[in-house]
Write a protein that binds this ligand. Structure first.
Ligand code: HEM
Ligand code: HEM
Length: 225
């Protein structure tokens, strides 16, 4: 990986902002739950809802490397990738590698589950999620329990994810820098043409989802602050 390297754009702005924005919001959500700042907990959660909504849509209509079809592969492809990695060691890939792709799906799914269970959750004192009254008391308590346990699962998967990122970095695959800058240096023969969708399209998606979330979920809380 030291010869004939070319600079290739891998990640678009929306995907990078989504990743680091989600990381900051998850930290804030943990902190607000720990310190019982539940109004802020909800406001941060609804901000994350806007980001996740954008990312899920972006997985279908976004840039090539952000598309689910680009990184969710058949089990056969995953096995071939494992075999190749065993033989030749870790190599750089364009976008998520076949194993990483499944980790991405798992992380996004668990964070979405966290948001959905939060909508039904209660602290049994002041706070009830906006969908709390649509289910019976026992179901709401079970979803609150799931909300708490699922966060532990997110932390475990995130730790594995960070470990995998660390291994790639150790092997010279500079993926953290790429998630900041959007660019990677790759052997010329690996570089392939990628299509990137305008950031403006993602801004418009965020504005539409954002308008709904702010109006129906955030304003009622802001008015009570
Ligand atoms: C709770 C913590 C975290 C979660 C839930 C998380 C989740 C994700 C997700 C969903 C993606 C895919 C991005 C996309 O396609 O939209 C991703 C990619 C990535 N994450 Fe994280 N992440 C976390 C923490 C971190 C941290 C702390 C680092 C840095 C040390 C990191 C480095 C990366 C990198 C480098 C990629 C790109 C991987 C690749 O090249 O295939 N992540 N992460
Ligand atoms: C992805 C978004 C969210 C994350 C990461 C998150 C995270 C957490 C965490 C870490 C806890 C503490 C768990 C524990 O004590 O073991 C918690 C509790 C809670 N969350 Fe969330 N949450 C999210 C979304 C929501 C939403 C949308 C609501 C809606 C109101 C909500 C309401 C609650 C409630 C009521 C509790 C229980 C507090 C208690 O009993 O002390 N959460 N959440």
């Amino acid at each position: 990986m030291t010869q004939n390297l070319v600079k290739v754009k891998i990640w678009d702005v929306p995907t990078r902002l989504f990743h680091w924005g989600m990381l900051c919001l998850l930290g804030g959500l943990w902190w607000t739950a720990e310190s019982a700042e539940m109004e802020w907990h909800q406001l941060l959660a609804y901000s994350l809802l806007i980001l996740i909504g954008m990312r899920l849509l972006w997985g279908f209509i976004g840039s090539d490397t952000a598309k689910f079809s680009h990184f969710v592969h058949s089990p056969k492809t995953v096995l071939n990738y494992v075999r190749k990695t065993k033989q030749h060691g870790i190599s750089a890939s364009i976008g998520h590698n076949p194993i990483g792709g499944y980790m991405v799906v798992a992380l996004i799914s668990l964070v979405t589950l966290q948001l959905v269970t939060g909508l039904f959750a209660t602290d049994e004192i002041f706070i009830e999620g906006p969908l709390y009254t649509t289910v019976n008391g026992d179901t709401a308590l079970w979803l609150t329990w799931l909300h708490k346990k699922n966060f532990d699962l997110i932390l475990i998967l995130a730790a594995i994810h960070v470990l995998a990122v660390g291994v790639h970095m150790f092997k010279g695959d500079k993926i953290i820098a790429a998630m900041f800058s959007g660019y990677k240096r790759l052997p010329g023969e690996l570089a392939q043409p990628l299509a990137f969708v305008s950031t403006l399209k993602a801004v418009m998606i965020v504005m539409v989802i954002g308008a709904l979330v702010v109006n129906y979920l955030m304003l009622p809380i802001i008015e009570m602050l």
